[in-house]
Design a protein around this ligand. Structure first.
Ligand code: 6YU
Length: 505
């Protein structure tokens, strides 16, 4: 009988692990399977860490839309990783439409608490306008190229109808600017002006009130790894070259393989199929050197045009909270800022103003008093160049200023992510940038060689969050993309067998 196909998966994030498990469970045919992982751990952008003795998330934070249709939620439930509240029917039925709204306090740069009424009315306005931007999906024409420009024009129209005094109008604009910054974190972009308007509505949400993993998101990828044979994942294997469309002989067996993968340590691997789950940020940086022969033009264009930005987290542990016990978000409004004006350009002097909000890790019985600041774009990348002491000093000044308490004690502990500097990620997650659309996501996902070629099919397959047209930027999108490519291989060899041995999930 013919030898079983040899499959290599590059990257042991949730997409790679998901694909590996799906292949192994579907059929014994896929026993010749290994994962090459550049780092020394599985999980990729799912990474839990310790701040003191508390578990915090450096990457993925929530399960977005935790309900039956969400495969990450189903797996986490099956592995027993979620608490009762998250598993409840009631939680699964809440539909937040992608916008998690939590009880908050909002401080202004003048050292005042912003009136909750004003904050709510601006929150409702912002979400209404944002919802409008999703309506251009099937439109023949878009009024402006980006979500940011649309929002700004709509805000400029609103201002004309405002009848309050100038100070209140300025504060309202500053609040809307804070929501824009939060939205930059959600989309993982420097500015909403970079996010394409037409395709924005294609991102899909699922029902369920976003939930977290009480003992760390990484429990998910650790469990997935434990279900694979011990020697299946090879660590510290940085793939540097993928030679495809070839005919490489394996000396011992004399078998011929179409693909050869080379790692930084010069070790080579032969395969019938290589499934790449390398993040888009790395592909943007490395694609020219990585592939031999080079990728076809449409694939290169998709890699160049799709967006991949930075969203970082700054965890700060306080001895005592300055917020109320039921507060779950601390927001900050810089009163001189407006969506209708240029943002501050002096990064060293004003980088911290890009932090729109700090999430309070909840509940306090589990976390004590920890804030998690989200910061996106160039300011997030600048923050990566600072030391912990510098970040701590700048943020202590910010907290003293906004609370109006010059004696406020500095946080006692700090931990930060640096996703832009991470060599195997080069940013946080993807978005559909101006100049790209959902078709680029599909082009990125298409296997090589291209259809119509005489060469052996599906030599290189592509998965990872950036290849999922409607759930990009999420863990469930990544997992589904891994399953999609596993299914492609399963069907390539034997559709009927995969039907009979369908995996549980
Ligand atoms: C989610 C959330 N979340 C915050 C932050 C980040 C992300 N996400 P991986 O990178 O995991 O794996 C690839 C592997 O490849 C990796 O191990 C590498 O080491 C390896 N590799 C690379 N190069 C290699 C080479 N050359 N050789 C060998 N190996 C190599 N998702 O569901 N909930 O709360 C967040 C968040 C700070 C950084 C997130 C969240 C994104 C997920 O973490 C991410 O998609 C998956 O983990 C990726 O898995 P993977 O396997 O594809 O890659 C309208 C509209 C709006 C659109 N956006 C709205 C959604 C909001 C998204 N929310 C995100 C928010 C947070 C807070």
């Amino acid at each position: 009988p013919a030898s079983p196909p040899r499959v290599l998966i590059v990257g042991a994030g949730v997409a790679g692990l998901g694909a590996a498990l799906r292949l192994r469970r579907a059929s014994r045919r896929f026993a010749d399977l290994r994962l090459l992982e550049a780092s020394g751990r599985v999980g990729g952008r799912i990474r839990s860490a310790k701040l003191g003795n508390k578990v915090v998330e450096m990457g993925a934070h929530w399960i977005h839309g935790p309900s039956r249709e969400n495969p990450v939620f189903r797996l986490a439930g099956e592995y027993g990783l979620l608490d009762e509240g998250a598993m409840s029917e009631e939680n699964q039925q809440v539909d937040i439409g992608g916008h998690l709204v939590l009880p908050s306090v909002c401080y202004s740069s003048q050292g005042q608490v912003v009136s909750p009424g004003l904050l709510d009315s601006m929150g409702v306005l912002f979400l209404t306008l944002l919802e409008e931007t999703r309506g251009f999906l099937h439109a023949a024409d878009v009024p402006v190229p980006s979500v940011g420009e649309y929002l700004k024009e709509a805000i400029a129209q609103q201002v004309k109808e405002w009848s309050e005094d100038e100070a209140t109008k300025r504060l309202k604009l500053a609040i809307l600017n804070m929501y824009l910054k939060v939205e930059c974190c959600v989309s993982g972009t420097h500015s909403m002006d970079l996010v394409a308007l037409g395709p924005f509505g294609e991102y899909a949400t699922l029902p369920g009130l976003d939930c977290t993993f009480p003992n760390g998101y990484e429990g998910l990828t650790e469990r997935m790894r434990a279900l694979l044979p011990e020697d299946c994942v090879l660590f510290n294997k940085v793939v540097t070259t993928v030679r495809w469309g070839g005919s490489f002989v394996e000396p011992i067996t004399g078998r011929l393989f179409p693909v050869q993968v080379e790692c930084e340590d010069r070790e080579t691997f032969l395969a019938d199929h290589v499934l790449l789950t390398i993040p888009l940020g790395v592909l943007k940086e490395q694609q020219e050197a990585l592939f031999c022969p080079p990728l076809p033009p449409q694939k290169v264009a998709a890699i160049r045009h799709l967006g991949f930005g930075t969203n970082n987290k700054i965890f700060l542990e306080f001895e005592r909270p300055f917020w109320e016990p039921d507060c779950q978000v601390v927001e900050m409004v810089w009163e001189a800022e407006s969506p209708l004006a240029e943002p501050p350009a002096d990064l060293p002097a004003a980088w911290f103003q890009k932090i729109g909000a700090f999430v309070v890790l909840h509940p306090p019985e589990r976390y004590g008093h920890i804030l998690c600041g989200f910061i996106a774009g160039k300011e997030a990348e600048f923050m990566e160049t600072l030391t912990d002491a510098e970040v701590l000093a700048d943020l202590t000044q910010v907290f003293r200023r906004v609370t109006g308490n010059p004696q406020l004690a500095p946080p006692k502990n700090i931990l930060r992510s640096s996703w832009h500097s991470e060599p195997y990620t080069r940013g946080s997650y993807s978005y559909v940038a101006v100049g790209s659309c959902g078709d680029d996501i599909d082009a990125l996902a298409r296997p090589l060689p291209e259809e119509g070629s005489d060469l052996k099919p599906s030599q290189i397959l592509f998965a990872g969050e950036a290849t999922h047209r409607t759930f990009y930027s999420t863990t469930h999108g990544a997992l589904l993309s891994g399953w999609r490519e596993a299914d492609r291989l399963i069907h390539l060899y034997d559709g009927s067998e995969s039907q009979r041995c369908a995996p549980k999930l």
